[in-house]
Design a protein around this ligand. Structure first.
Ligand code: ZN
Length: 264
């Protein structure tokens, strides 16, 4: 039995990236693993436009916490296995504070494996995602914790590990996404790429038609080649990094306050 922590910046990020793997590890794998979910924010500004301003903040945080609990209960993961870091949605920075908090959390939990959003080779260049991935990698690479877990990145353009699933398993993702009712405006937009993406990944895995893709990070020099992305991946990542179009939509008064503080 292994202890595995799935980090996510917002409460719905794991569904379209790791839904099948989490389900397998939590329910079907022979020696069921100890699965933890660590959410950096509660996604409390994750609604588009000023018409939703009255719901943003604490109210949306509560709703999205409930949505996350409901989705994880499909995998049999209870609320006590879900931890929140309570960073502000849209304002996750890569700094000493988050590195220290993640190190302390990892030192307490001592996972065998961690999953995090890809911070370098990705098409999803959301600041919260990039900084979450960076901070977790920094803690492990610089040995700020007194053990070395295996690290995988999801939402990567440079995968070296694939987890296969069948066509009928798409219903699992539909069930998971249905729990995130407040996020349909975004999920519907991202979802149309899900089938083709998982089909392309599935073509790399013998015996499977669809697959989730991950990048296992090899920390030691002797494995350096295994980390090497192709030139196309490097170019694509650079292109995506120059157009970060996902931003939390803050209420006007908060927006002005944040601007004054230089946080936006
Ligand atoms: Zn997200």
């Amino acid at each position: 039995m292994a202890k595995i922590i799935f980090f996510q910046p917002h409460p719905d990020d794991l569904e379209l990236n790791c839904g099948h793997l989490i389900h397998y590890l939590a329910t079907k794998s022979k020696n069921k693993h100890n699965i933890r979910i660590a959410s950096i924010t509660k996604g409390e500004y994750g609604l588009p436009g000023a018409q939703y301003d009255k719901f943003k903040g604490d109210f949306l945080a509560k709703v999205r916490t409930r949505e996350l609990y409901n989705a994880q209960s499909i995998h049999g993961i209870p609320p006590e296995n879900i931890y929140f870091f309570d960073y502000v949605d849209g304002l996750v920075e890569f700094n000493e504070e988050i590195i220290m908090k993640i190190s302390q959390y990892l030192d307490i939990e001592k996972p065998d494996i961690v999953f995090a959003p890809e911070p370098i080779y990705t098409s999803y260049y959301h600041k919260d995602h990039i900084n979450t991935g960076k901070a977790i990698f920094y803690c492990i690479q610089n040995k700020l914790i007194d053990f070395i877990p295996i690290i995988y990145f999801y939402s990567t353009l440079s995968p070296n590990y694939f987890f296969g699933f069948k066509k009928e398993d798409f219903s699992l993702i539909d069930r998971l996404l249905a729990c995130h009712k407040t996020q349909f405006w975004l999920i519907n937009y991202i979802k149309w790429t899900y089938r083709p993406k998982t089909r392309i990944a599935g073509a790399k895995l013998r015996g499977w038609k669809y697959a989730e893709k991950y990048r296992r990070v090899y920390l030691y020099k002797k494995n350096k080649k295994k980390n090497k992305p192709s030139i196309i991946v490097k170019m694509l990542s650079y292109w995506y990094s120059s157009m970060p179009f996902f931003r939390a939509k803050y209420p006007q008064d908060l927006l002005e306050m944040l601007k004054k503080q230089g946080r936006l």
